[in-house]
Design a protein around this ligand. Structure first.
Ligand SMILES: *Cc1c(COP(=O)(O)O)cnc(C)c1O
Length: 383
């Protein structure tokens, strides 16, 4: 599939900035995920809702049969509202509140991914009060470097996420003796935007060792490997669908899975990133001494990734794709120096009023928008 043709007539009259989601890309991505995941006899893919929680997008993902990986009570509610059944919902996060835990128990979600022994104690007590039993996987920090951006790595020893490997046996022993908790297995998640399959191979091997250790005490039914598969931000048109085949094959080769075990995957970015575009209009073209600026009406409040992580997004001039290229810093209207989408970027010459598409913005885009400067939240248009 080659993408990159925009329904300009339908987009041009809309008030900018807004997110444009191409559901054809999303549906093809989901079909590929389901096909490639079927190399496992027993696998479930939980979509990481935090990547994009736009209701229409969630509904399409639910319809494709994926479960949901949630990190707050709000996400659990959003997933249920869009058709994910609670038996396909898992709940992660380092700081689950009592209220969120009670809500998840009430709804009867599939599993809590628990990040500390203190949390085990709280879930056990709340479940007892409600006369329920909570299914639990223990999130273990496998101390693996995901070789990704420092702000999106989560599996290193000094990170706030998960239980330390050296505490594994103690944590499993504690869980299995509790009345209102059922031990289901182990959970991992080492970071995001990982494009080197070797990283997942190393994780799989570490998981194999940890499962053996845990099974000295209790059977591990669920092996949850987390998410983190990256996408090609440079090439949204030629590689709109991530290499799910290589991803699932890596785990199939490297992870030891028995017939009675289920493998869980939690993909976020790789499912929704390429179907979303932030559409913005050029307000002013300003020549500096050495640079020229294209000042657009979208800013870091609409898409914070460039300002937050120095992330790259391809930008295209949809109004005048064939104009001769020029070099610009493309910047937003927010009163912050970090409100820059890209510097020294070659793009078809822009004029006031041109519509630009900031590509690959479906993940960690709209969902992170804020109202700083008392701006309106970006809307969206879905086709
Ligand atoms: C964010 C997150 C994911 C999804 O990560 P992606 O890089 O978007 O695939 C999966 N699992 C957990 C626990 C997460 O926090």
């Amino acid at each position: 599939m080659i993408t990159g043709s925009f329904p300009i007539a339908k987009l041009a009259h809309r008030e900018t900035p807004f997110y444009y989601y191409d559901t054809r890309v999303l549906r093809e991505t989901l079909a590929e995920v389901n096909t490639c995941a079927s190399v496992f006899a027993h696998a479930t893919v939980h979509y990481a809702v935090k990547a994009c929680a736009t209701s229409e997008i969630l509904r399409i993902i639910a319809q494709a049969g994926l479960g949901a990986d949630c990190v707050s009570g709000g996400e659990i509610q959003a997933a249920i509202e869009q058709g994910v059944t609670p038996d396909k919902i898992v709940f992660a996060g380092v700081a689950k509140t009592d209220r969120e835990i009670r809500y998840a128990l009430e709804q009867g979600i599939a599993c809590f991914n628990v990040e500390s022994q203190a949390e085990v104690e709280v879930i056990d007590r709340l479940a007892a009060e409600m006369g329920r039993v909570a299914n639990v996987c223990l999130r273990i920090n496998p101390n693996i470097d995901a070789h990704t951006h420092a702000k999106i790595t989560t599996g290193m020893r000094e990170n706030k996420f998960g239980i330390q490997m050296c505490d594994l046996e103690e944590a499993v022993r504690d869980v299995v003796q509790r009345q209102h908790i059922a031990f289901k297995g182990l959970h991992f998640h080492i970071g995001s935007q990982i494009t080197d399959m070797q990283v997942f191979a190393v994780l799989a091997e570490r998981i194999n060792e940890l499962v053996v250790r845990a099974e000295q005490i209790a059977p591990v039914q669920h092996i949850n490997v987390g998410g983190g598969l990256g996408i090609l931000y440079e090439h949204p048109n030629h590689f709109p669908i991530p290499d799910f085949r290589a991803y699932f094959d890596t785990y199939r080769r490297c992870l030891h899975v028995r017939e009675d075990q289920t493998v869980h995957f939690e993909l976020g970015r790789s499912i929704v990133a390429q179907c979303g575009n932030l559409m913005t209009r050029v307000l002013y073209v300003k020549k500096g001494v050495e640079k020229q600026f294209a000042i657009v009406d979208a800013g870091m409040t609409d898409l914070i990734r460039p300002a937050l992580y120095g992330a790259f997004h391809r930008i295209e001039n949809i109004s005048n794709p064939d104009a001769e290229e020029q070099t610009y810093d493309i910047v937003g209207p927010i009163c912050e120096s970090s409100d820059v989408f890209v510097e020294g970027y070659r793009i078809a010459q822009v004029q006031r009023g041109d519509l630009l598409a900031i590509r690959s913005a479906g993940a960690y885009g709209e969902v992170m928008a804020s109202r700083y400067n008392l701006r309106r939240l970006p809307g969206h248009w879905i086709e």
